[in-house]
Every structure is written in structure tokens, then in C-alpha cells.
Design a protein around this ligand. Structure first.
Ligand SMILES: C[S@@+](CC[C@H](N)C(=O)[O-])C[C@H]1O[C@@H](n2cnc3c(N)ncnc32)[C@H](O)[C@@H]1O
Length: 301
């Protein structure tokens, strides 16, 4: 039996993935972590390579590590989002790739290298790490090496919260850390779709009042209701393309989770059209701050 895995979902006309392939992308709910796959255990792995360099090299190195000798790696990326560098990176990892182009993607096929030295170096460079300030992070996750401008603006105006709440799209957990350090918070659920940040946020908010959940907020969350507060710096990209519907879904989720009188604090890039969604779902909406290209809203149910 062939053992096959996929990291992400490449377009079918770019690379074919077998129906039984084990999914390894941290952005797919229920997937297995690539780090947990044993060395030399797979016959074939297909990777939709991420756009960020350290993250891409980390994923490619793990993909080569888990291949059996003679097993095959197929790695694809849009030309403008890392595809142009894919062959060189795989060559440097020792995979001796062959390359083709299709549908604006570069597609490289390679094999497990004899020496694993270059793989170890790429894996170390892309692994989770603790910064000098104590924060756990990992190359490739949202704003992994700097404080996001929107997060900073929200943290600058956020008052103390109280009661039960939720952090929608928690990332590394910076907003939740601030919420937990002030006010009379009894519990907070940190929710994110990225399994890596779910693990990192759990380390960054080691507080018995914090619960970190790996979930997709495009789906209703019926177990979270009657909350007192919600905080969010919602995503507005999905798979690299701007997706305003994602932020609008976050606003609807917040409204569903809050009890009457509950409050949402939300930051967004100034150009994003969230007012109508907020006014449709909340009784009172106030622009609490506008600075540095960002708007912060306070919306009350
Ligand atoms: C703009 S970042 C904010 C991260 C963090 N709150 C901060 O301010 O640094 C948005 C977060 O939403 C997460 N996200 C994207 N789509 C999601 C979805 N469908 N459900 C849950 N979280 C999602 C991303 O993984 C990312 O961590």
C-alpha cells in the first residue's frame, strides 16, 4: 500500500493528491502535524509550499525527512509567491529536483537526499522559538517577528474587560495576554484556525482562565454563548487573497456569542468595509479610535 500525505491543497490541475492522502497543513482542521510524522515513513508527499521563505524551507525539509528512500516529493507554489525559488531551495536541501511550469505555478519533483544536514538546518531555522521577551512564536504565523500595527492600536485603547469573553483569531495570544493582565476576567476562549498559533498561544497565555481552541470561525460556535466581551483583530486574507467576508463572518460570530449588553472591541484596516456588518448585528457601534491606518470599533449588543 502506498502511504501518501499532502501539505495544503494544491489546485488539482497543478498537482494531483490521492483521496487517501493524510493532510498535514496546520490550516486544515483535524490535520496531523508534519512534525509528528516519523522519518522515512511515506512513499509520496505533495506540498503546496507557503510563500514565506523560512516557513517554506521548514516545510520542504520536513517533507523530505518523512519520505522513504526512493519516495517522491512534489512541491508546487505560484511563481510570484515562492515558486520562482522552489527549485533552488530544493537543490540546496539535496533533493535534486526536476521542474515544470503550469497554471502560473512552478512544480518541482524531488527525492529524499542522502545527507540530512541541510534539512536539520532548515528545520531549526523554521521551528517554534521563544523570544527574549518570553513570547513563543514561529516563522510563518501571523506577524511572527513583530507586533502588528493593528494589534498595537487596539492594545493602546482597549479598556479593562470583565467576565467571560473570547479572542477571535487569537494568533500568538497578545490581545488575550493584555486582557488577562487587567480587569476582572473570569475566563477567555482563544480561537484560531492555525494549529501552530493554537499551540503557541497556549504557551503564551499559561493562565487557568484561558482556553485555547483550534476552530474555524466561519462556522457557528454554539457552545460559546452569553459572553460579556469579545476582542478581535480579524484576518482579511484567505490563502493570500484579500477576503473581506472573513472579517464580516468574525463580526457575526462575535454578535452570536455575546449576551445582551456584551461588547466587541475590533480593530481593522481603515479601508475595510465593516461598519454595515457591525451596525446590522449590534445595537450600538462607536468608532473608538482612528490612527495609523487603522480603525477601532466598540460595538455593544
Ligand atoms: C490579523 S491576525 C490577528 C492575530 C492576533 N489576534 C494579533 O492581533 O496578533 C488574524 C488571525 O485569525 C486567524 N484566522 C484566519 N482565518 C480564521 C478562521 N477562519 N477561523 C479562525 N481563525 C482564523 C489567523 O490564523 C490569524 O492568527
Amino acid at each position: 500500500m502506498t502511504t501518501e500525505a499532502a501539505y495544503g491543497r494544491p489546485p488539482p490541475d497543478v498537482a494531483q493528491v490521492g483521496g487517501a492522502a493524510l493532510q498535514l497543513s496546520p490550516l486544515v482542521l483535524g490535520s496531523t502535524a508534519i512534525e509528528a510524522i516519523a522519518d522515512r515513513s511515506l512513499d509520496r508527499i505533495t506540498v503546496l509550499a507557503p510563500p514565506a521563505t523560512l516557513e517554506r524551507r521548514y516545510v520542504l525539509a520536513h517533507a523530505l525527512r518523512v519520505l522513504r528512500p526512493g519516495g517522491q516529493l512534489v512541491a508546487a507554489a505560484p511563481k510570484a509567491k515562492g515558486g520562482a525559488r522552489l527549485a533552488g531551495e530544493l537543490e540546496a536541501l539535496g533533493a535534486s529536483p526536476t521542474t515544470e511550469s503550469r497554471r502560473h505555478h512552478k512544480i518541482c519533483t524531488g527525492r529524499r537526499p542522502e545527507s540530512l544536514d541541510a534539512l536539520a538546518e532548515a528545520i531549526a531555522a523554521g521551528a517554534p522559538r521563544q523570544e527574549a521577551n518570553g513570547l513563543w512564536t514561529q516563522p510563518g504565523v501571523f506577524s511572527w517577528d513583530r507586533l502588528d500595527g493593528g494589534t498595537a492600536v487596539l492594545l493602546g485603547v482597549l479598556p479593562a474587560m470583565a467576565g467571560r469573553g473570547v479572542d477571535l483569531g487569537c494568533g500568538l495570544g497578545l490581545i488575550s495576554r493584555a486582557v488577562l493582565s487587567a480587569g476582572e476576567v473570569s475566563e477567555i476562549a482563544l480561537i484560531d484556525l492555525d494549529r501552530r498559533v493554537v499551540d503557541l498561544a497556549a504557551r503564551n497565555a499559561p493562565d487557568p482562565r484561558a482556553r485555547v481552541l483550534w476552530r474555524d470561525l466561519r462556522e457557528p460556535q454554539s457552545d460559546l454563548a452569553g459572553l460579556d466581551f469579545a476582542v478581535s483583530n480579524p484576518p482579511f486574507h484567505d490563502g493570500g487573497a484579500e477576503d473581506r467576508a472573513l472579517g464580516q463572518a468574525f463580526i457575526r460570530r462575535a454578535a452570536e456569542m455575546l449576551g445582551k449588553g456584551g461588547v466587541l472591541w475590533l480593530v481593522a484596516n481603515r479601508h475595510l468595509p465593516y461598519e454595515a456588518e457591525l451596525k446590522g448585528a449590534f445595537a450600538k457601534v462607536r468608532l473608538a479610535a482612528e490612527t495609523g491606518g487603522f480603525k477601532v470599533y466598540e460595538a455593544r449588543r
